[in-house]
Design a protein around this ligand. Structure first.
Ligand code: ATP
Ligand code: MG
Length: 574
C-alpha cells in the first residue's frame, strides 16, 4: 500500500474525549472515527487490525471444531419473550418496531437465536456435540459507553455456543474452548491471564474470563505466586485454615471518639492500627432484607461474594434512613452490640479478639469487644475483597499477587437455562427426551485490539504486536525526489510484496521529521528507512519499533532479513 494513495488521517492533538491511551492512539493513528457515542467507523488502517484479530479467532475456533455461521442483528422479540429476557434485560437491549408494529431488538448476544436454530434442526444425540460461532456486530445500549472500542454500544464480538447431550459432554466442549482461547491470545502476542470468574446463579468454577494485563484495566485480578490459581477479585476465594478465636482478655469499654468518622481517624485517635478495628456495614439485599456485615477495619466488602453467599441478586449499602432506623445512629457509627438484625461476619473476624467496634451512637465506640461474649454472629462467611499477599485457597504455600486486567474473553457453562426455557431437546440413545446442555463463549474483537494497545505503547505511539499490526513493515522514503532513493524504495517495496509481506510505503512528499513522527505513532513493527547517505554505501536502516533497535543492512539482504523477523514474530509454539 502506498501511503500517498491511502486514507490514514493521523492527528497531532489528542481528542479531548479520549481518556485512555488506546482510545487516544486509535483516534490519532486514524484507526477509528466516532459516529455517535459508543459507535465508531473502522477506518482502513484500523480495520486491518480488526480483520487480523478475527482471522486468528477464526483459525483457532475452526481448529477446535467449532463451525462458523452468521446470525441476524435484528432479533424478533418473540424469541426473547420465550427465554424471559425481553423483560429481564433492561435498557441495554435496544428495542424497536418494524413497519408492521412487530417488536424487535438489536442482538446484544445470541443465545435465543442459536437455541431456536438448534431446536429446529437437531433432534438426535447422534448430531452432537455441536459448537457454532459467528463474528458479528452486537448492539448494547451501554449506560456509559467509553474508552473507544473498549466499551462501545455497537461492537464486534465473536460468540460461540456449544450443545451437548449431558454435563460431561458440555465440560469437554468448555475445556476445548478454554484451550482455544489460550491459543488465540497467545497468538496475538498478549500478556494475559485466564481467571476464575463469578458465574452468579450457576455457581462453581464454570466461568473463566480472559484478562489482558494492563494498568488501565477495569478489573482487579489475583493470581497465586506458587500454583495455577487465578481469579477475578469479584470471585477470589479466601480460606482460613484452623482459625481459632483467641480468648478475650480486655473488658468492654464505651469510649467517646469526638469527630472521628473514618476507620483511619478512629484508629489514629485510639492509637491503634485499623486492623484492630472491626467495621460494621449495614446492607440491603435485592429481596429487601437488611443485615449487618462485619469486616476487619482495613478490609473491603466484596458485594458480589456476599450476594452469592446469600443467594440474592445484589446487595447495596443501606440508605441513611435505613441505617438510622436499624442502628439508632447515622451512617458511620454502626456496631454489632445490641443490633436486632442478622449479623454476618467475614470469616477472618473469627480470628480476632479485643477489638474496637462502633457504638450505634454519634461519636461513640467500644474497645475490648469480643465475639460471643459481647454480641452474636449469625454466620461467618468469606465476603471480603482479596488483596495481594493473601494466602492462596488452593495450595499451602502460595500468596496472591494482584493485577489490573481488561476482560477480552469470557467462557461460560450455561447448562440448560435456555434449552429449558425454549424447549430445545434431543432424544438420547434410549429414546428419552433430554434438554441440551449449553455453553457460551465470547471474545470482544475491538476490545482485544484496544487492550493490545493499552499493553503495548510508549509516549510516541502504539506498538501493536506483529500478529495484530495493520502492516508488518513500513518503508520510509526519506526523499522521494532523489531518483536513486525512489528507485531503491520501489524495488524493495515490490520485492517485499512479492514475498507476501504487508508493506506500507511512505512515499509522501513530506519532511523526514513528519514521516518519523507518524511512523512512531502508527507503530508498524518494522521500519526500513531509505536515505541517500546510507544508500551510497549500499545500506538501508532497519529499525524495530518496540525495542528501538536499529541496524544497517546491505540492500540485497534486506528483504530476506525482514521476512525472517516477520516469521519469527508470527510464530508462536502453542
Ligand atoms: P463487561 O463486564 O465488560 O460489560 P460482559 O460480561 O457484559 O462484559 P460478555 O457478555 O461476556 O461481556 O461479552 C463477551 C465479550 O464481549 C467480553 O469479554 C468483551 O470482550 C466483549 N464486550 C462486552 N461488552 C462490550 C462492549 N460494550 N464493548 C466492547 N466489547 C464488549
Ligand atoms: Mg456488559
Amino acid at each position: 500500500m502506498r501511503y500517498s494513495q491511502y486514507l490514514l488521517p493521523t492527528l497531532k492533538e489528542t481528542p479531548a474525549d479520549a481518556e485512555v491511551i488506546s482510545h487516544q492512539l486509535m483516534m490519532r493513528a486514524g484507526m477509528i472515527r466516532k459516529a455517535a457515542a459508543g459507535i465508531y467507523s473502522y477506518m482502513p488502517f484500523g480495520l486491518r487490525s480488526i480483520r487480523k484479530m478475527e482471522q486468528i479467532i477464526r483459525e483457532e475456533m475452526n481448529k477446535a471444531g467449532a463451525i462458523e455461521c452468521l446470525m441476524p442483528m435484528a432479533n424478533p422479540a418473540e424469541l426473547w419473550q420465550e427465554s424471559g429476557r425481553w423483560e429481564k434485560y433492561g435498557k441495554e437491549l435496544l428495542r424497536f418496531k418494524d413497519r408492521k408494529e412487530t417488536d424487535f431488538c438489536m442482538g446484544p448476544t445470541h443465545e435465543e437465536v442459536i437455541t431456536d436454530i438448534i431446536r429446529n434442526t437437531v433432534n438426535s444425540y447422534r448430531q452432537l456435540p455441536l459448537n457454532l460461532y459467528q463474528i458479528q456486530t452486537k448492539f448494547r445500549d451501554e449506560i456509559r459507553p467509553r474508552f473507544g472500542l473498549m466499551r462501545g454500544r455497537e461492537f464486534i464480538m465473536k460468540d460461540a455456543y456449544s450443545f451437548d447431550l449431558d454435563d460431561e459432554g458440555a465440560d469437554k466442549s468448555y475445556s476445548k474452548m478454554y484451550q482455544a482461547y489460550r491459543n488465540i491470545f497467545n497468538r496475538c502476542g498478549l500478556k494475559f491471564r485466564s481467571v476464575e470468574a463469578d458465574s452468579g446463579a450457576i455457581g462453581g468454577s464454570f466461568s473463566h474470563e480472559f484478562m489482558v494485563l494492563a494498568e488501565s484495566g477495569e478489573d482487579g485480578i489475583v493470581s497465586c505466586d506458587a500454583c495455577e490459581y487465578a481469579a477475578n477479585v469479584e470471585k477470589a476465594e479466601l480460606v482460613y485454615r484452623d482459625l481459632e478465636t483467641p480468648a478475650a482478655t480486655a473488658v468492654l469499654q464505651r469510649v467517646d471518639t469526638p469527630g472521628q468518622k473514618t476507620i483511619e481517624d478512629v484508629a489514629a485517635f485510639l492509637q491503634m492500627d485499623p486492623n484492630q478495628l472491626v467495621k460494621t456495614l449495614i446492607v440491603q439485599t435485592s429481596e429487601d432484607k437488611v443485615l449487618a456485615v462485619l469486616l476487619r477495619g482495613d478490609r473491603e466488602l466484596n458485594e458480589i461474594k456476599l450476594a452469592n453467599k446469600l443467594g440474592v441478586d445484589w446487595v447495596l449499602m443501606a440508605e441513611d434512613d435505613v441505617v438510622k432506623r436499624t442502628t439508632g445512629a447515622p451512617t458511620g457509627f454502626a456496631g454489632p452490640i445490641g443490633l436486632k438484625i442478622p449479623v454476618i461476619a467475614d470469616a477472618e473476624v473469627r480470628g480476632l479478639a479485643d477489638f474496637v467496634v462502633g457504638g450505634n451512637a454519634v461519636d461513640v465506640h467500644y474497645t475490648g469487644a469480643n465475639l460471643n461474649r459481647d454480641f452474636a454472629v449469625s454466620q461467618f462467611a468469606d465476603v471480603r475483597q482479596a488483596v495481594a499477599g493473601d494466602p492462596c485457597p488452593r495450595c499451602d504455600c502460595g500468596k496472591f499477587e494482584s493485577w489490573r486486567g481488561i476482560e477480552v474473553g469470557h467462557v461460560f457453562k450455561l447448562g440448560t437455562k435456555y434449552s429449558d426455557a425454549m424447549n430445545a431437546t434431543v432424544l438420547d440413545d434410549q429414546g428419552k427426551t433430554k434438554p441440551l446442555v449449553m455453553g457460551c463463549y465470547g471474545i470482544g474483537v475491538g476490545r482485544t485490539v484496544a487492550a493490545a494497545i493499552e499493553q503495548n505503547h510508549d509516549e510516541y505511539g502504539m506498538m501493536l504486536p506483529m500478529p495484530l499490526a495493520p502492516f508488518q513493515v513500513l518503508i520510509s522514503v526519506l526523499n522521494p525526489k532523489d531518483d536513486q532513493v525512489r528507485e531503491a524504495s520501489e524495488q524493495l517495496y515490490q520485492q517485499l510484496l512479492d514475498m507476501g509481506i504487508e508493506v506500507l510505503l511512505d512515499d509522501r512528499d513530506e519532511r523526514p521529521g513528519i514521516k518519523f513522527k507518524d511512523a512512531d505513532l502508527i507503530g508498524i513493527p518494522l521500519r526500513v528507512t531509505v536515505g541517500a547517505r546510507n544508500l551510497k554505501e549500499g545500506n538501508l536502516e532497519l529499525k524495530e519499533r518496540a525495542s528501538g533497535e536499529q541496524v544497517l543492512v546491505p540492500f540485497d539482504q534486506l528483504a530476506k532479513r525482514v521476512q525472517q523477523m516477520v516469521d519469527e514474530a508470527l510464530f508462536v509454539s502453542l
